[in-house]
Design a protein around this ligand. Structure first.
Ligand code: NAP
Length: 265
């Protein structure tokens, strides 16, 4: 059993997840980092996750990495087992892993296969991983009545902004909003806080393919704050939650979007 608090962060090999894991290491957490990638030959590609692990260890934190698909029940269990066996505790779960559709397709033509993939990773995975971790937190609560336990879900402005060329992504993120409410409601009696962070347009691999489009839209005023978001912008919001600054705000959505959510006249 470690004295430091422990966070599980899904999809932390790169992008927003990596920035969150590094922020948490800076705040004194040990980390369990999940990642997914395969090489072209079908072998686990650990290079990005190993880079995250190195950055975390350089900050003096312990960090375990594990390849796994959050949409797979077995892989989710292995992730939780790793945290149990290595650290014996989980104080914070960050459901960050997420994918865009492999190919953007009009909602009138998009496939059921893509729907199942995106919703499986972005919604079913976090929904059931949260169930598993929440039950473990409830158990831990019996032994540690004063220990803070928290869960953070990474949603998106796509939860409410329509993009008919990636409907399955929007549906998955709208589901995250309801999932946050459900778990916040259910877990409040155990004093487990549940939060949603709603990033806007953040510079990562996910948005690389549409960089030109968003460069133009941002320059034209799509967001009141005229710049791309950075992974660290999201990580700082997770940091505020992890530091306990929002402990009476369970169920809240934190918009990290440069004001995208504002309706303007
Ligand atoms: P990213 O750079 O593409 O990184 C995605 C991360 O998720 C990687 O670590 C990847 O692992 C992991 N991952 C993918 N499929 C997985 C699976 N089946 N199981 C476990 N891990 C998996 O994406 P990002 O931009 O950082 O996005 C992170 C989260 O923020 C996502 O939920 C996304 O929807 C949300 N978000 C992003 C933006 C944005 O503008 N970028 C805006 C709003 C919301 P590997 O590296 O091993 O493949």
């Amino acid at each position: 059993m470690t004295d430091r608090p422990v966070a599980i962060v899904t999809g932390a090999s790169r992008g927003i997840g990596r920035a969150i894991a590094i922020e948490l290491a800076t705040l004194g957490y040990n980390l369990v980092v999940n990642h997914f990638d395969f090489t072209a030959e079908g072998k686990p590609n650990k290079s990005n996750a190993v880079q995250t692990q190195k950055q975390i260890k350089d900050l003096g934190a312990e960090c375990e990495i594990l390849r796994g698909d959050v949409s797979s029940a077995d892989d989710r269990s292995h992730l939780v087992d790793l945290a149990k066996n290595k650290f014996g505790r989980c104080d914070l779960l960050v459901n960050n892993a997420g994918v865009a559709p492999s190919k953007r397709m009009d909602i009138l033509e998009a496939t059921e296969e893509s729907f199942d993939r995106v919703v499986g990773i972005n919604l079913k995975g976090p929904y059931f991983l949260t169930q598993q971790v929440a039950n473990w937190m409830v158990e831990q609560r019996k032994q540690y009545p004063n220990r803070p336990f928290r869960i953070v879900n990474i949603g998106s402005v796509s939860a409410y902004a329509s993009s008919p060329s990636r409907g399955e992504y929007c549906i998955s993120k709208a589901g995250i909003t309801m999932m946050t409410k459900l778990y916040a409601d259910r877990l409040a009696e155990y004093n487990i806080g549940v939060f949603e962070i709603s990033p806007g347009i953040i510079a990562t691999d996910m948005t690389r393919a549409v960089k030109g489009k968003y460069d133009k839209l941002i320059a034209e005023g799509l967001t009141p704050t005229k710049r791309w978001g950075q992974p660290e912008d999201v990580a700082k919001a997770v940091g505020a939650i992890a530091e306990g600054r929002l402990d009476f705000c369970t169920g809240t959505i934190i918009n990290v979007d440069g004001g995208f959510h504002l309706k303007r006249l």
